[in-house]
Ligand binder design. Structure first.
Ligand SMILES: NC(=O)c1ccc[n+]([C@@H]2O[C@H](COP(=O)([O-])OP(=O)(O)OC[C@H]3O[C@@H](n4cnc5c(N)ncnc54)[C@H](O)[C@@H]3O)[C@@H](O)[C@H]2O)c1
Length: 431
């Protein structure tokens, strides 16, 4: 099938590349010329494990192309995916990129197209996209608008696209339904389910999924405070709870709060969507509030270790991205931690395996070239992103390099008993 993907970000680039890998002819379009030039020169604009090889393979075999001009790709494609950003605008989803893409698509459509909204959008948006396309058509052309939200996780994006828990397609006509089934047939035949729904339900499934996951994280973070108060261990509590097959073990790890390009903005957007309809939002507001205070809770733990006044103190931070295996810094808990530490007078030296380039645009800190250089002369080490390479800690080396052996493990990756026995003053979350 001939496919155009509008937007070459974390979702669009992975979608386009995976669809090309399934044998489709794909053109990925982005208004960011620098990004397109990079991609045409084999340089990845984002870090995502396995993506470079897959892009190279499909690019070299001619199934995957990149351009900043959507005219030809739209004309030649049967299906056009919109995968542009929907960032937070005072809590609401900013849909301007989606509508702008819809107008651009309409202006060059000259035959039947299926327009697939992959971006995360509030219920009712696909219908507005349809209106926007209708208003901007140059000639009378038939088309369908389909909702197909994306559930991939950064860091596991290719696997998640190719082996998804489910594919959700909101559609209201047989022609578009058939085309969507054709696109996803190679994935469906490996046993992955496709759920066809009406369009509004599909739009809402995405927000509901992210809000549910955020809810679990805030629940466990709140519970971690009780664990500290009564002397329980949140890791054991989570394990015991997660072994219940009705609950499961994922997204119930206490830590520094959720971040990233989706959970914070999608929870806030869902709150706005509900408020606009006069509906109660107490649960979601609590989820959001607990998450904000959890980030500050991490700061209070640093103060517990090295005192309230941090002037003259050096804090080493391991991990900057909002989660391991990505360079995405959007709403990363490290941003709040570092800005608060700096307000309190601390000097911060940070290390992240892949996110330091993006972090440098947002933070004014010292960057170290490896984790051990970061802790040299530090009064405290904070682990804020649980990269695998931090798990096997050379304790003797870290202790000898630090000025004071204080560790705040905000992701609970070390064993408290072991750390204390080694002479660290060690704090973690809920243990
Ligand atoms: N990042 C994730 O993990 C993830 C997961 C699931 C869903 N989503 C959703 O997918 C959507 C995209 O997210 P992302 O993280 O890939 O965003 P992103 O910011 O990484 O990428 C968006 C891209 O769209 C381009 N763009 C904007 N307007 C354009 C236009 N008119 N024409 C062509 N290109 C245009 C931008 O230049 C940018 O490269 C969002 O709605 C997001 O909520 C993201």
């Amino acid at each position: 099938m001939k496919i155009a993907v509008i937007g070459c970000g974390y979702v669009g680039l992975v979608t386009g590349t995976c669809l090309a890998n399934l044998g489709n002819d794909v053109v990925c379009v982005d208004i960011d010329r620098v990004k397109v030039e990079k991609l045409n020169n084999g340089v990845m604009p984002i870090y995502e494990p396995g993506l470079r090889d897959l892009v190279e393979l499909n690019f070299s075999q001619g199934r995957l192309k990149f351009t900043d001009d959507l005219h030809e790709p739209v004309r030649q494609s049967d299906v056009i995916f919109i995968a542009v950003g929907t960032p937070s605008d005072n809590g609401r989803a900013d849909l301007s990129y989606v509508f702008s893409a819809a107008r651009d698509i309409a202006s060059c459509m000259d035959s039947y197209k299926v327009i697939v909204v992959k971006s995360t959008v509030p219920p009712g948006t696909c219908s507005r996209v349809k209106d926007e396309v209708l208003k901007n058509l140059r000639s009378k052309v038939a088309f369908d608008v389909v909702s197909n939200p994306e559930f991939l996780r950064e860091g596991e994006a290719i696997y998640d696209f190719m082996v998804p828990d489910r594919i959700v397609v909101g559609v209201d006509g047989d022609a578009a339904r058939k085309i969507m089934l054709n696109i996803y047939k190679p994935i469906e035949r490996t046993g992955r389910p496709i759920l066809f729904t009406d369009i509004v339900s599909s739009e809402l499934i995405k927000y509901a999924s992210n809000a549910m996951l955020a809810c679990r994280i805030s629940f466990v973070n709140e519970l971690s405070h009780l664990c500290e108060a009564v002397g329980a261990d949140i890791k054991l509590v989570s394990k015991g709870v997660g072994l219940d097959s009705r609950i499961g073990s994922r997204f119930i790890q206490a830590g520094a709060g959720y971040g990233g390009s989706c959970f914070p903005k999608d929870v806030r957007a869902l709150i706005s969507i509900m408020k606009d309809r006069g509906l109660g939002t107490r649960l979601l507001e609590a989820v959001e509030g607990i998450n904000e205070s959890q980030k500050l809770f991490v700061v209070s733990k640093v103060r517990k270790l090295i005192g309230s006044d941090l002037s003259g103190k050096t804090v080493a931070v391991w991990g900057l991205a909002f989660k391991p295996k990505t360079d995405d810094m959007r709403e990363a808990p490290s941003l709040v931690l570092i800005s608060e530490l700096q307000k309190l007078g601390a000097c911060v030296v940070a290390f992240d395996p892949v996110a330091m380039g993006n972090a440098a645009r947002l933070l004014n800190v010292g960057f170290a070239s490896n984790p051990y250089d970061a802790v040299k002369g530090a009064d405290c080490l904070v682990i804020i992103t649980e990269w695998d390479e931090f798990r096997e800690l050379d304790k003797a080396r870290v202790k000898s390099l630090m000025r004071l052996p204080n560790i705040l493990d905000a992701r609970n990756i070390y064993e408290p008993g072991e750390m204390k026995a080694f002479g660290f003053k060690y704090e973690s979350i809920g243990r």
